[in-house]
Design a protein. Structure first.
Lengths: 389, 201
């Protein structure tokens, strides 16, 4: 029985891709040749429309060394952003709303103003400064590493959560949010929020076990960093007031448990018009007087890979009594000071060639404000801040 | 803000400016093996050209080509297990390019850039011809963006010049299946192209 070629075989034959054993049939079969002519006509029409896809040797190509350098930089940024997100999703974050800033808050207690033997409540945020941190050097802190697990266990055993924030509550408007949060929420006029959420107050106490913490540092290969004996047994209490998030555009729903978020997902691609205004009264910290804040700050900075000289320079340049120190990924973000809402704020931005994101942060009358967006238009954050009543 | 309050910011700016430069330089040396760099240099022109043609915008093509190599770097392919590097790069680049042209806003921008480039580079052509050609490319890209990914991918790989055996290796298919798949993809392309032109007129 004579077996005709399939349409697929006839198509392959047009490209000279048909097996020689099948090609023989084509020469002697008028039926197949007639069908092939129809297929050829159609393929030619498609080829005419898609011929622009065929590269030529004349197509200009950037000299490979230039993209190679960009490749190295992009790889670094990707790694750093991934580590930054993992760091912020670390188990301790699940315990307290902004517990990553715990270190900052703890470090912010000035021993010089402390009174021996008393618990103090000195810390009030009045200004913000940014510190670029090399998060690529903190891979050992990921929750999958042995070190990360041990650190997590140490913090969990040392931390007593006295007030859980629970899941964020939805509010109908700024007035209701003010009532729920207990402070006057400011929202720009003329803009309709897509969501308003109130996160309840949280509180916890951390009791420092100096020996265990030092053992961890030793295990991380940083036995050169020596924790002071005076911190052993110190109880540090942190009170974080209720906060309010006012979202504009299409935004992700707030996630109480940050571990559920996809670390490597870039939200800017899914929520390009999302802008979130967040407001929170300054947290307060009670700590023993003999905790040497500057010394601990320096150890923490050195642990991130900063040299002793650089850590000392930064530690000495910050007014720890009133400054909230915000860590940002060193290679993946830039920052600048800007005038907003009658005070000086800090605008943090991610490079435009990555999924752009920005965050504007400032402090006014004891309230910390942030406006973060998942697009490139950071100017709207400044305009929004300046339009607050 | 007074001078005293400015101090931390200024000192950190200077400090970090130097550190960043050093870190980038250091990273370029330590993150990549010479083998990977050689591989990048060898395949870069082909992958860039494929994407340049597919998306039309040189800057976007460069970004997507870089993303392709970043994925390769993260994929850690093992040549010992029959890994087909060229095919893998073509498949990933094509997927990224198709995903990119599916974004309507981006596509609009590409067409502006691509149209401008074609006009400047073909002075001997009459503008009407250039416009018609660019219009056809815009529509072709739009159709590719609308098609199912498998069919669009086979068209891109074939019309960017890959032989059947290379397409088969890139997509993990039998070489004899390429003819039938290509034919179906071409029929679908033509059907959608006609529908689009009718819709636009």
């Amino acid at each position: 029985m004579k077996t005709h070629l399939t349409d697929g075989e006839l198509r392959a034959a047009l490209d000279g891709e048909l097996d020689a054993s099948r090609l023989g049939h084509l020469g002697g079969c008028a039926t197949c040749r007639a069908r092939q002519t129809q297929i050829l006509t159609q393929s030619q029409r498609v080829a005419q429309k898609l011929k622009f896809l065929a590269p030529t040797a004349q197509d200009p190509v950037p000299v490979a060394s230039i993209p190679w350098n960009r490749f190295a930089q992009k790889l670094l940024i990707k790694k750093e952003i991934s580590m930054f997100k993992r760091w912020f999703a670390f188990p301790i974050v699940r315990v307290g709303v902004i517990a990553v800033l715990l270190l900052t808050l703890v470090l912010a207690i000035p021993s010089t103003r402390a009174m021996a033997g008393q618990l103090l409540n000195l810390f009030r945020v009045q200004q913000v400064t940014v510190i670029p941190v090399d998060f690529t050097g903190l891979e050992q802190l990921t929750d999958n590493s042995p070190f990360g697990n041990q650190l997590s266990a140490l913090i969990s055993s040392s931390m007593d959560v006295t007030q859980e924030p629970g899941d964020p509550q939805s509010a109908a408007d700024a007035d209701q949010a003010s009532q729920l949060a207990g402070f006057a929420v400011r929202a720009p006029g003329g803009m309709t929020p897509s969501q308003i959420y109130v996160t309840n107050a949280a509180a916890f106490t951390l009791t420092i076990d100096r020996n265990k913490a030092q053992a961890l540092l030793d295990e991380a290969g940083r036995s050169d960093l020596v924790l002071p004996d005076a911190i052993d047994g110190a109880e540090i209490s942190v009170d974080i007031p209720a906060s309010v998030s006012v979202a504009y555009g299409t935004c992700p729903k707030p996630e109480a448990d940050t571990s559920k978020s996809d670390h490597d997902q870039i939200p800017g691609r899914r929520y390009p018009d999302c802008v979130i205004l967040a407001e929170i009264p300054s947290p307060s910290v009670d700590a023993p007087a003999d905790v040497d804040v500057s010394q601990l700050a320096q150890i923490g900075l050195e642990f991130t890979g900063m040299s002793a000289e650089e850590a000392a320079e930064f530690t000495n340049s910050v007014d720890w009594t009133s400054t909230l120190v915000v860590p940002i990924p060193r290679n993946a973000a830039t920052y600048e000071q800007v005038a907003v809402d009658g005070v000086t704020g800090t605008l943090i931005q991610r490079p435009a060639d990555e999924a752009p994101q920005y965050a504007l942060i400032w402090v006014k009358n004891g309230i910390i404000y942030t406006i973060s967006g998942l697009g490139a238009n950071s100017q709207q954050a400044i305009e929004m801040a300046n339009s607050l009543p | 803000m007074n001078n005293e309050q400015n101090m931390p910011y200024k000192s950190m700016m200077d400090l970090m400016k130097n550190r960043k430069a050093n870190a980038i330089e250091k990273n370029q040396v330590k993150s990549h093996s010479p083998e990977f760099e050689a591989l990048f240099m060898e395949h870069w022109p082909r992958i860039y050209r494929l994407l340049r043609r597919l998306v039309g915008d040189p800057a976007e093509a460069e970004d997507l080509a870089l993303e392709t190599f970043i994925r390769l770097y993260q994929h850690h392919p093992s040549p010992d297990h029959g890994f087909n590097l060229g095919g893998w790069l073509h498949r990933v680049a094509t997927n990224l390019g198709l995903r990119s042209i599916r974004s309507f806003k981006r596509r609009e921008r590409y067409e502006l850039v691509a149209g401008k480039g074609a006009f400047e580079g073909a002075a001997e052509n009459r503008p009407a011809e250039v416009q018609a050609q660019e219009e056809e490319r815009r529509q072709a890209r739009q159709v590719l963006a609308l098609m199912n990914e498998r069919q669009a991918r086979i068209l891109v790989l074939r019309y960017s010049g890959l032989a059947y055996k290379d397409i088969a290796r890139a997509l993990g298919l039998s070489p004899t299946s390429i003819g039938p798949l290509l034919l179906r993809a071409e029929r679908e392309f033509e059907k959608r192209f006609q529908a689009l032109t009718q819709e636009e007129t």
